[in-house]
Design a protein around this ligand. Structure first.
Ligand SMILES: N[C@@H](CCC(=O)N[C@@H](CS)C(=O)NCC(=O)O)C(=O)O
Length: 194
């Protein structure tokens, strides 16, 4: 049994929760209200100095931050983490890309538009440009593949679907990216989150 600290409005937190649920792992969920600043409380920072959710605490007290590291840890030895070295590296390729080129545009624009209620003109236009470029790249890959790596669901799909499935809340209408939309449906079905 382990403990997951998270906020269910956060795709980064849901990634880890979905993996745990998909694998049937037993865990305790602790709500942390990010907007209310709970991830910056002295008590939380003492345990998780990165001051963010999600966070993971094992029964023996070891702690881990960063959604993708947590997913990989929980899913180690399953088909969600390809064992073959090149496929494994491809999965990591998408995970690193997601954190640098996808999430910082699509998730951040969604947060500003949907949760902070900012009007479009008050949001940095670079977020739209970068988010659209990320969706274009995904569309290119998914036009020839059903999944990001190999023939089935991996952590790469879980990471990338978290904010892609709610991209419309950030002003990205997936009608423009039909292969991405089809893939979102496949991943949601595989994770039983629809
Ligand atoms: N790279 C981190 C990003 C985590 C992250 O941005 N968490 C947000 C919620 S989605 C958070 O805790 N924000 C509060 C803050 O940074 O103060 C991960 O993948 O876990």
């Amino acid at each position: 049994m382990f403990t997951l600290y998270g906020d269910k409005v956060s795709g980064n937190c849901l990634k880890v929760k979905w993996v745990a649920d998909h694998l049937g792992l037993a865990y305790r969920w602790v709500d942390v209200d990010v907007v209310a600043g709970e991830a910056k409380s002295p008590d939380y920072l003492a345990r998780f100095p990165m001051g963010q959710v999600p966070a993971l605490e094992l029964a023996d007290g070891r702690r881990l931050a960063q959604s993708n590291a947590m997913m990989l840890y929980l899913a180690a030895g399953t088909t969600l983490v390809p064992a073959e070295p090149f496929a494994h590296a491809q999965m990591l390729q998408w995970l690193f890309w997601e954190q640098y080129s996808h999430e910082p545009a699509i998730a951040v624009r969604r947060f500003q538009k949907f949760y902070l209620g900012k009007p479009d003109e008050a949001i940095d236009p670079a977020l739209m440009t970068k988010g659209r470029a990320a969706l274009d790249l995904m569309e290119g890959h998914l036009s020839g593949h059903d999944w990001f790596v190999g023939d089935g669901l991996t952590c790469a799909d879980v990471a990338l679907v978290a904010y892609t499935r709610v991209a419309h809340e950030g002003g990205f209408d997936l009608v423009e990216w039909p292969a991405v939309r089809g893939w979102v449906g496949r991943v949601e079905q595989a994770l039983a989150i629809r």
